[in-house]
Design a protein around this ligand. Structure first.
Ligand code: ASP
Ligand code: MG
Length: 428
């Protein structure tokens, strides 16, 4: 008997018909002789709608109350799915994150898992139930509060449960047939990737590919767990995210040899750019600035410091961070303006980030040239650049981002034969 963890995203459970369809799939998986744990997201765009509501009643809603609000979305899905499974003659029990033993730290909105104790889930399985768990939520043992793990965090719930229960596989069901060489909503000719290393998938997720939550990929890699990303709307084989290069070889030696230089293009329009103008160019100032940002729990992405303009002894430091963290980071910096001694702050949220990812970059010179040439031919100006061993990222104007993504995708011959089917969801 295998233990399978299945995670269904919001578009898969968007309405009653969707929930019944998922219920059939779950019951079928169980009747085929498997133990099944299901992790669900909130229905459709519920999380966004709840956030919109929150901002209608309050300018800056308290983080604790936001978590109380948002966790309700997943509770609706889990209970409805359990009912639909019962209706189809199955047995299921639903659990909130805290009931399922998802223990996190106490940081609201982006809590990290520190322990998973799924004994109630295990008992439910032993009694022949399907266990359904509400995604992206947990509880802090310190604060005794309910937390959420960040947008898209249900993927991480699924992988963490799969690791704790020693599952055979974690299936992530979404509204397309797998991971594509670019977001199919922007590049309709994107190609499905059959197998990708978790190293590359990590870079894709960190670069804004929303198909998988970043921490879910980190977690799966650490625990050596394969992830199968596929659609709940079809029976097609999806994309396998494989934790170690050895797995690639194990599955098929040919596959490893045929690995393309480039895996895909990811983009992100959720970041803003902060520029700290006129920072004294002396040791310790960058540490002071990023100490303040860390204190505000902001996740910095790209950082650029210029040489100081001759004679002034001052320099500008720019960095990007999630837009939702912008206000808090700016407040924190403003409060420290006198002690750090910078001149002013500029905030720009009209930016977009584009990244090209591929392990083959390591051994293929000329990738950067081709990349920058594609952007220049498309008339896209570059604002910031950062690289890793297997990634090049640039920041551009937000309104040129789609054009830039298509240009780079084409320049690296990533286009496939057919148009991608997007089965559901609004991509919001
Ligand atoms: N419902 C949450 C979100 O929309 C969590 C998830 O779907 O993974 O971000
Ligand atoms: Mg998701």
């Amino acid at each position: 008997m295998s233990l399978i963890v299945q995670k269904y995203g919001g578009s898969s459970v968007a309405d009653a018909a969707g929930i019944k369809r998922v219920a059939r799939r779950v019951v079928k998986t169980q009747r085929a002789g498997n133990e099944v744990v299901v992790v669900v997201s909130a229905m459709g765009d519920t999380t966004d709608e709840l956030l919109d509501l929150a901002s209608e009643v309050a300018g800056r809603p308290p983080a604790r109350e936001l978590d109380m609000l948002m966790t309700a979305g997943e509770r609706i899905s889990m209970a409805l799915l359990a009912m639909a499974i019962h209706d189809q003659g199955g047995v299921a029990q639903s659990f909130t994150g805290s009931q399922a033993g998802m223990i996190t730290d106490g940081i609201h909105g982006k809590a990290r898992i520190i322990d998973v104790d799924p004994h109630r889930v295990r008992t439910a399985l032993d009694k022949g139930n399907v266990a359904i768990v509400a995604g992206f939520q947990g509880m802090s043992r310190q604060t005794h509060e309910i937390t959420t793990m960040g947008r898209g965090g249900s993927d991480t719930t699924a992988v963490a449960l799969a690791a704790a229960l020693d599952a055979d596989v974690c299936e992530i069901y979404t509204d397309v047939d797998g991971v594509y060489t670019a977001d199919p909503r922007v590049v309709s000719s994107a190609r499905k990737i059959d197998r990708i290393s978790s190293e590359e998938m990590l870079e894709m997720a960190a670069s804004g590919a929303k198909i998988l939550h970043l921490r879910c990929v980190e977690y799966a890699r650490r625990f050596g767990l394969p992830i199968h990303v596929r659609s709940s709307f079809s029976d097609h084989e999806g994309t396998w995210v494989l934790p170690s290069p050895d797995d690639k070889i194990k599955i098929s030696e040919g596959v490893a040899l045929e690995q393309p230089i480039i895996s895909g293009v990811a983009h992100d329009r959720s970041e803003g750019k902060v520029t700290v103008v006129g920072v004294p160019d002396i040791p310790g100032k960058a540490a002071e600035i990023f100490g303040i940002i860390a204190g505000a729990h902001s996740n910095i992405d790209m950082i650029v410091q210029n040489i100081s303009t001759r004679g002034t002894g001052r320099t500008d430091i720019s960095f990007t961070l999630p837009m939702v963290e912008g206000a808090e980071a700016l407040d924190a910096l403003r409060a420290a303006q006198d002690s750090v001694g910078f001149d002013s702050l500029i905030y720009d949220d009209e930016i977009g980030k584009l990244s090209l990812i591929g392990a083959g970059m390591r051994s293929n010179p000329g990738v950067s040239y081709r990349f920058f040439k594609a952007l220049s031919d498309a008339g896209v100006n570059i604002d910031l650049i950062s690289t890793s061993e297997i990634r090049i990222s640039v920041v551009t104007r937000a309104d040129l981002l789609d054009t830039a993504v298509r240009a780079v995708h084409q320049a690296f011959d990533l286009d496939g034969q057919d148009e991608v089917t997007v089965y559901g969801g609004t991509g919001r």
